[in-house]
Structure formats: structure tokens, C-alpha cells
Design a protein around this ligand. Structure first.
Ligand SMILES: NC(=O)c1ccc[n+]([C@@H]2O[C@H](COP(=O)([O-])OP(=O)(O)OC[C@H]3O[C@@H](n4cnc5c(N)ncnc54)[C@H](OP(=O)(O)O)[C@@H]3O)[C@@H](O)[C@H]2O)c1
Length: 367
């Protein structure tokens, strides 16, 4: 739990206060929210859910489909997704409900896979109403790993690749406008700090730990989302929302040491089920007032994007998430790392094609 470079002691201690507070009180704070969350009919809406084979994403995909949405499960293990669809369909078939779900392959550890996915989806010329960037990793206690693209893996899977996906899918999101980009964030962003000159954490300035890497990636995601929210013109009607699902019992804990996992199972009272953890994302994807709330936030002098908490109410991101200077740096650096020009958003909004020219980085770590 070492304090991180770049974050003041008070902010860091406050951040840990928020994490512990969430763990202890989330069930009480969210006690007014029904489980499952009632969702309005979603017929006619197309939603992409990344990481829909496990945990929160699986619940988001299932419930959206059961509400009538056309769901695209964007996953790295298509076979598992097909097995799930078969199971859900056989459960619902008796009631005469035909789920409208399909599977498309997406591996966020490969920017090439992201580009291919976006090209294939955009080629359908179909409207996209909600992109839910849910897939994420938290390789707890694992040594630092660099993707084949040359990026620290938490930063790539949790921030860079979903950001590239959001940007490249803007043509489809415009077709589906009013539409939403929903990014599944975490309370851990409170203890993150992003050094845009060292997003891989390989320079030696900051000692790597999986917890820091995860927290930093989630903060980078909120910072980029805030700039995106601010820069998308109101008439484009694409809302950018981050959500905090709470502390949820999913496969995310699979890398924890066995003794901690055992403890995790002993404290079910405090920890949300995956269905409970899916409520903030489902709320962000379906509540009719979310776009209006996002438009109001645009008027703030320096807003962050909307952040919907695990109790389905708006909440505040960390103080560092509001830091305009580092947020601009994260915006610029992210675009550079994913190979998009600085004016990519403006071009995509005006219907121009934008080439993605990321370059594989020569990064390595000594483990
Ligand atoms: N659980 C919590 O307490 C908690 C708290 C705050 C935020 N979150 C966030 O919630 C989101 C969902 O996590 P979860 O808790 O539901 O964990 P999970 O059960 O481990 O699910 C993560 C999903 O992401 C997918 N994924 C991982 N790497 C991928 C890659 N390279 N390409 C494509 N998909 C990939 C996984 O695919 P496979 O099924 O193939 O492994 C899985 O479907 C994450 O963004 C996480 O950071 C979770």
C-alpha cells in the first residue's frame, strides 16, 4: 500500500478512506436500489458489451438482452459467449422470449484486434446506442507485464484499448445518436496518479505494483472520458459516462492469494454479487435522464464526465481526476499511444475517415 509518486499524502489517505468506506457501507448506501435493477424496455437499441463472458459484464449483457436490446458480446473467448447465449436462451425459451444476442471477437491486449472489431462493426452501417466498456483486468500480485503492442497490460486493457474502441466506433455511435459510451471504472482511481510521460511505469520513477497499475489505468480512463465528454459537441448527442460498480464478487479476484480469496468468500455481506454490481452500468445505459444530466454537466466550467456510483446516483470523481493540466496531458498522450491524430475526434464527428497508426513500442521490464 505504498504511497504513490505524484499524489499528496492527504489525497492518498482520503482515497483509501473512500475505498474502505465503500467496502464497509456500500450495501447500506445502495439499500434503496432494487436487485435486479428494473430496466425500461430496450427494444430497438443495439448495445456492445465488452468482457461479457464473466462477472459484471455477463450480467449486463444478459439483462440488456432480456430487456429487448440487441446485444453484441465483444469477447476474447467466443466459445464461452456462445455457450452462455445457449444457456440463457434455453432458460427464456419456455416463456417464448427470443434473445437477440450475437458474439464478436475482441482481444483488448491487441490494438490490431480493436481496429478489426471496429472496422467490422462500422461496416454494418448499423446504429450503435450504447458501448459498454466493461472488460478489465486486475492482475493482483502479478509481476509487471507488457503487451505485444508495448504497453503495460492494465493500462492497455483498462484504458488504451477501450479508448481506441470508443473513438473508432464514433461513426456507429453517431448513427445511433442519442447514444452513450459507458466506461466501467473503480473507486481505486482515488489512489491513482497518471504520469503521462511514464504510462508504462517502466522509467523507474514509480515502483510498479499491480495495485498502482490498476488504479492508474482507471484514473486515466476517467480523465480521458472527461475530455471526450467536454469535446463532443452537444449536437452529436453522445453521452460519456463512467460508472463505479462497487466492490463485487467476480473473477477479478482470481489472482489473489488463496488465503485472501477464502476471506473474500467469508464476507459476502459486504461484497456485491455480480448482479448487484451490474446495476450502475445498466442504469447508465438505460435511464432516460442520463443524457440530459450529461448535457447539463457540459456547461460546468471544468466538469469531469458523469460518474454514476454503485447506488445509481451521480458522485464525484477524485480531486486528481479534476486536475485540468494532467487531464490534458493524458488526452494528448493517449491519442499518441493509440495512433490517432490530435484532431481525430473532430474529424470522426464530421464524418471524415481517420487512420489509426499506432506503433508498437519497444518496452520491456526486468522481472
Ligand atoms: N469486481 C470488482 O470489485 C470491481 C470493482 C470496480 C471495478 N470493476 C471493473 O469491472 C469490470 C468488470 O470486471 P469483473 O469484476 O466483472 O471481472 P471479471 O469477472 O474478471 O470479468 C472481466 C471480463 O473482462 C474480460 N477481459 C479480460 N481481459 C480481456 C482482454 N484482453 N480482451 C477482452 N476481454 C478481456 C474477461 O474475459 P474472460 O472471461 O475471457 O477472462 C471477462 O469477461 C472491470 O473493468 C473491472 O475493473 C470491478
Amino acid at each position: 500500500m505504498a504511497k504513490k509518486e505524484g499524489l499528496g499524502w492527504i489525497e492518498w489517505a482520503r482515497g483509501w478512506g473512500s475505498i474502505v468506506g465503500e467496502f464497509l457501507f456500500q450495501r447500506i448506501v445502495a439499500s434503496h436500489v432494487d436487485n435486479p435493477l428494473p430496466i425500461p424496455p430496450m427494444d430497438g437499441a443495439t448495445c456492445i458489451v465488452t468482457g461479457a463472458t464473466s462477472g459484471i459484464g455477463l450480467e449486463i449483457a444478459r439483462q440488456l438482452a432480456e430487456s429487448g436490446a440487441h446485444v453484441v458480446m465483444a469477447v476474447r473467448r467466443p466459445k464461452s459467449a456462445h455457450d452462455l447465449i445457449q444457456k440463457w436462451q434455453s432458460e427464456k425459451g419456455d416463456m417464448g422470449i427470443l434473445l437477440n444476442i450475437e458474439v464478436m471477437e475482441l482481444d483488448l491486449l491487441s490494438l490490431e484486434s480493436v481496429v478489426k472489431f471496429a472496422e467490422a462493426f462500422n461496416a454494418l452501417q448499423a446504429p450503435l446506442h450504447a458501448l459498454i466498456n466493461n472488460a478489465g483486468i486486475f492482475s493482483i500480485g502479478e509481476p509487471q507485464r507488457i503487451s505485444k503492442d508495448g504497453y503495460e497490460e492494465h493500462m492497455q486493457v483498462n484504458h488504451l484499448a477501450p479508448t481506441l474502441l470508443s473513438m473508432l466506433l464514433i461513426p456507429s455511435l453517431l448513427r445511433g445518436s442519442p447514444s452513450r459510451i459507458i466506461n466501467v471504472s473503480s473507486v481505486m482511481h482515488f489512489v491513482g496518479f497518471v504520469d503521462s510521460e511514464d504510462m508504462n511505469m517502466t522509467s523507474g520513477k514509480t515502483k510498479y505494483s499491480s495495485m498502482l497499475a490498476y488504479s492508474n489505468s482507471k484514473l486515466a480512463q476517467i480523465k480521458f472520458s472527461s475530455m471526450l465528454h467536454k469535446r463532443i459537441p452537444p449536437e452529436a448527442n453522445i453521452s460519456v459516462v463512467c460508472v463505479n460498480p462497487g466492490i463485487v464478487h467476480t473473477n477479478v479476484a482470481r489472482d489473489l492469494p488463496k488465503v485472501i480469496v477464502a476471506g473474500y468468500h467469508l464476507i459476502p455481506y459486504f461484497i456485491f454479487s455480480a448482479q448487484e454490481g451490474s446495476r450502475s452500468s445498466l442504469f447508465a445505459a438505460s435511464d432516460p435522464q442520463v443524457p440530459e444530466y450529461c448535457q447539463v454537466l457540459k456547461g460546468d466550467e471544468w466538469p469531469t464526465c458523469a460518474l454514476i456510483n454503485y447506488d445509481c446516483r451521480p458522485t464525484n470523481a477524485s480531486e486528481e481526476a479534476h486536475n485540468l493540466e494532467t487531464t490534458r496531458q493524458v488526452w494528448d498522450k493517449t491519442l499518441e499511444l493509440i495512433g490517432l491524430p490530435g484532431d481525430a475526434l473532430e474529424k470522426l464527428i464530421s464524418g471524415e475517415e481517420v487512420a489509426c497508426q499506432y506503433q508498437t513500442q519497444n518496452a520491456s521490464v526486468d522481472n
